[in-house]
Design a protein around this ligand. Structure first.
Ligand SMILES: [Zn+2]
Length: 309
């Protein structure tokens, strides 16, 4: 960049203001979403170390996410709460970034940021780094957009269970937010909850769980057609427990964008929850596809809602 004399800068600024050149918000753009940026966020996040719920590492991660969102101009709230996890009182923190939208419809893009406990040398590049990187890329690219809905970027704590999934073990952050939306009457405005989890695999295929809202799975398929990645979407043979479930339980439309075949050969999931879940096994290209699919799905849902009116 070349420096100009201060006087010249002032003159140019005055001319721009006179010509009405204040920056105008642009509509969301799928092309603006870049895998390299998502990967850089993921790598930085993984570099923070383990983020087991209730530990110092998780608290640091929440503050780091808050810093990234605030730097990009999002309003941020950390919702801190304490409840038992498998009988052990644990403090959790959801990080929630918000902006205004052109309508009152709400779309939640969510990813858990906590990492699984009890795995020596666990990095969690894909589980949970990839989801965090993707949602932060929506934050970066979308900082100047005129969103057609109110975007909520939510980073959930306590997705991983301590012992085994149950009413007081795992999905703590998503259960907390789903209940709160119902309590505050905001659930009626939620058009879609789109969860991103394990979406960085170099060999990416989305395995849409059976426990997803059918209309939203349909929107994912239409979005995938539009992006010409329909061949990357498959229906999982069964349900998958993930952060979308508490929203389904509270009658909100929710879908889980997840690749639950993260392994050494097609169909295998043997890198999941192992020290093999490293940055070398995820790719900027996969993160880019996941980011675009999430946004394209949201735009499908909101435009379909408009057409029905
Ligand atoms: Zn996990």
């Amino acid at each position: 960049m070349k420096r100009m004399p201060a006087g010249t800068q002032l003159l140019l600024l005055a001319a721009a203001v006179a010509a009405g050149c204040a920056p105008r918000a642009s509509p969301p753009s799928l092309d603006a979403l870049q895998g390299e940026h998502a990967f850089a966020e993921t790598a930085a996040f993984v570099g923070l170390g383990p983020k087991v719920a209730g530990t110092e590492g998780a608290a640091r991660a929440a503050e780091w996410i808050r810093g990234r969102l605030e730097a990009l101009g999002w309003s941020v709230e950390i919702d801190e709460f304490t409840e038992p996890a498998a009988g052990q009182p644990t403090t959790f923190r959801n990080v929630i970034g918000r902006r205004r939208g052109a309508s009152r419809q709400i779309v939640i893009f969510g990813a858990h940021y906590d990492t699984k406990d009890g795995i020596p040398d666990f990095q969690g590049a894909n589980d949970s780094g990839s989801g965090v990187g993707v949602v932060l890329e929506l934050a970066r690219a979308g900082a100047g957009w005129r969103w057609p809905f109110e975007p909520w970027l939510v980073f959930f704590d306590g997705e991983e269970c301590r012992v085994t999934y149950g009413p007081d073990d795992g999905l703590h952050g998503s259960r907390r937010l789903a209940r709160r939306l119902v309590r505050e009457g905001l659930d009626r405005r939620v058009r879609a909850v789109i969860i991103l989890d394990m979406v960085g695999d170099r060999d990416l295929t989305f395995t849409l769980p059976r426990n997803s809202t059918p209309a939203l799975s349909g929107a994912v398929l239409r979005a995938a057609e539009r992006l010409r990645i329909r061949d990357l979407i498959r229906l999982a043979p069964g349900a998958i427990i993930d952060d979308h479930q508490p929203f389904l339980d509270a009658s909100m439309p929710a879908v889980d964008l997840i690749d639950f075949e993260y392994g050494s050969a097609p169909g295998r999931n043997d890198y999941w929850h192992t020290p093999q879940d490293t940055l070398e096994r995820i790719s900027p290209r996969s993160l880019e596809i996941a980011t675009r699919l999430a946004l394209a799905t949201a735009l499908e849902v909101v435009s379909a809602t408009r057409e029905r009116r």
